[in-house]
Design a protein around this ligand. Structure first.
Ligand code: RUB
Length: 320
């Protein structure tokens, strides 16, 4: 039951945020592998592929999800018995979970080094890894202040301000549309990412592109904190990241919407910030300018231009 349950929690956003989604998927595949009656390697693989497909169909944008699935499912390679296949999946899943947690800790240290004593930082949405950078800077004794947005329509900003408050960090809570009014009070923008494309564009919570645009205009630096498994290999082929559009009822209650027959509520969950609005992407391997995204995809995810054509042929993004 663990796989359908995890899939449901990701869809409903009980489990949310790209890193947490990646780890939840790895955990679900691991627990499924341990629960599946292991007959032969072929049947075991089929069962795992069914589970992976269910998880892949939950939310389309965060690339940590297909990357985590790909990394864990590689544990099946070369297995001749169901026991070997099971051990491979469990090992790869545990490795992914451990390295993901380690990546967040590493990025926190790298990211904090870009935050100066006295800085006022703006963050948008609720990013575990962006917050890790901010709380690490605070832990190091830097005196910082944060502006956090509300994040319509799902109010992820509430999670962010609770974390900041618990850490004892001076925080201002603003509506999303107030960003430009406060941008001259800001020294640095720190956000997370759901996906980074090969050309360095950053896909993150809707509103991030507006934040980055305001920052660019005001000459405020924008740092994106992103583990390497948020880089999107398939964009090498020029494919686009699919932007999830969620139910209009998250924005406007159905009973009101029903009274407005000429109105369509649109609710894209993410947007794309072009590379030129991003100054630095901080990964666990170090900080890079966004234009170097291909190096991460090639050297740390192991995807070259030829790998795709050899493995899949030209397909649509995120394995769909
Ligand atoms: C979450 C979101 C976060 C990134 C990075 O969107 O856009 O900024 O996922 O988060 P949603 P993290 O709430 O729709 O999932 O650093 O925690 O991986």
């Amino acid at each position: 039951m663990i796989v359908p349950e995890t899939a449901e929690k990701i869809k409903s956003m009980e489990i949310r945020g790209a890193g947490r989604i990646g780890r939840a998927v790895a955990e679900a595949l691991r627990d499924h592998a341990l629960a599946v009656p292991a007959r032969d390697a072929g049947a075991f693989r089929q069962e795992m592929e069914r589970a992976a497909a269910l998880l892949l169909a939950t939310r389309p944008t965060a690339v940590s999800l297909p990357n985590a699935v790909h990394i864990v499912m590689a544990g099946l390679e070369g297995a001749t018995t169901a026991e070997e296949a099971q051990a491979g999946v469990v090992r790869r899943a545990d490795d992914f979970i451990r390295s993901s947690q380690h990546a967040v800790e590493q990025i926190a240290v790298f990211g904090a080094s870009h935050i100066r004593d006295g800085d006022t930082i703006l963050t948008h949405c609720n990013s575990e890894v962006a917050l890790a950078c901010i709380t690490e800077a605070h832990r190091q004794g830097k005196e910082i202040e944060v502006f956090a947005t509300e994040v319509r329509p799902r109010n992820q900003g509430l999670i962010t301000i609770r974390t900041l408050n618990d850490a004892g960090i001076k925080t201002n809570f603003i509506v999303d549309s107030a960003v430009r009014s406060f941008i001259h009070d800001i020294d640095l923008v720190v956000v997370g990412a759901d996906a980074v494309t090969v050309n360095g564009a950053v896909v993150n919570k809707i509103g991030t592109a507006q934040v980055a645009h305001s920052a660019k205009e005001a000459r405020v630096n924008v740092i994106v904190a992103a583990e390497t498994y948020k880089f999107a290999p398939r964009t090498i082929l020029g494919e686009l990241i699919r932007i999830e559009e969620r139910a209009g009822s998250e924005v406007l209650a159905d009973e009101i919407a029903r009274t407005l027959p000429h109105v369509t509520v649109r609710n894209p969950a993410f947007d794309v910030t072009p590379a030129e609005y991003v100054d630095l992407i901080v990964t666990e391997q170090g900080a890079i300018p966004p234009q170097m995204a291909y190096v991460i995809i090639r050297d740390y995810l192991g995807w070259g231009i030829n790998t795709f054509h050899e493995t899949f042929g030209p397909e649509s993004p995120n394995g769909e």
